[in-house]
Structure formats: structure tokens, C-alpha cells
Design a protein. Structure first.
Length: 141
């Protein structure tokens, strides 16, 4: 069974206009989302009325992300456009509301989660506030 990964994107005080994330297990600290990826997170934060933190659940198998308990979220499907090398990968992204983002570049840190950039994968974005309302109800198995 393919795993579901969870990261928290946040705005660090040193870089308030850029979303970043940490993953201690993978040695990632303040890993930035840049370009269209940053714009996509700005859009999600606005739609979710989030302030400075977003929770991202992502998996290669979108059916693993049937998170029915998340009542206020944004679902994104990513399709590989170009990449698979050491300089990152570019994706086209379609959100559940029909909004599209093209040329969303994801850095090589993606390879910390996948052996190679997946042709397709899905992301569910919710707010830190939404997760607090639900408690720690994050069982994904």
C-alpha cells in the first residue's frame, strides 16, 4: 500500500511571503515553495481562511486521500508535465473547484517522498484551524 505523507506549510517570520515546510525525518528545514506552488498555497490559504499554516496530505494513490472527516479542504490533482531530474519537476494542477495552475515547479525534495517524480499524485490541503476543530483525528490507514 502506498503511503500518505503529511507536511505543514507555514510562513516563517524571516520569509513572510513564501510558504515553507520542515521535515526532520528527511533533513528538510524551511524548504520553500516557490513560483506557482507558492501562489497555489496563497490561493488555498485565502479559500480556507487560513492565516499562516496549512496542512498538506499527499499521496500517489488519490484514493488513499479519502479524508471524509475534513469538511473544509481543497483537493488538488497534479499531472507531471516535465521533469524527473535533479533540478525538480513541473506539474499542471487542477483543483476540485476547477481552478488550474500550470507550470507548478516542485524542487528535488519531492524525491525524499517518491523514488521518482510521480506521473500523477493528489494533495488535500486544509487549515491548521480546521485540524484543531477536529482534534487529532488523522488516522489514514
Amino acid at each position: 500500500m502506498k503511503p500518505v505523507y503529511i507536511i505543514t506549510a507555514y510562513r516563517h517570520p524571516d520569509t513572510p511571503n513564501i510558504w515553507v515546510f520542515d521535515d526532520d525525518m528527511r533533513g528538510l528545514l524551511r524548504e520553500p515553495f516557490v513560483g506557482e506552488a507558492n501562489t497555489l498555497l496563497d490561493y488555498a490559504a485565502e479559500k480556507l481562511e487560513a492565516r499562516n499554516r496549512l496542512i498538506l496530505f499527499f499521496a500517489e494513490d488519490k484514493h488513499r486521500l479519502s479524508l471524509d472527516w475534513l469538511y473544509h479542504n481543497i483537493v488538488a490533482e497534479l499531472e507531471l508535465k516535465q521533469g524527473g531530474d535533479a533540478v525538480g519537476s513541473t506539474y499542471d494542477v487542477t483543483l476540485g473547484d476547477g481552478k488550474r495552475f500550470t507550470d507548478v515547479w516542485l524542487c528535488p525534495a519531492l524525491l525524499e517522498y517518491f523514488v521518482q517524480p510521480p506521473e500523477h499524485f493528489a494533495v488535500v490541503v486544509t487549515s491548521q484551524e480546521n485540524r484543531r476543530k477536529l482534534g487529532d483525528e488523522t488516522a489514514l490507514a
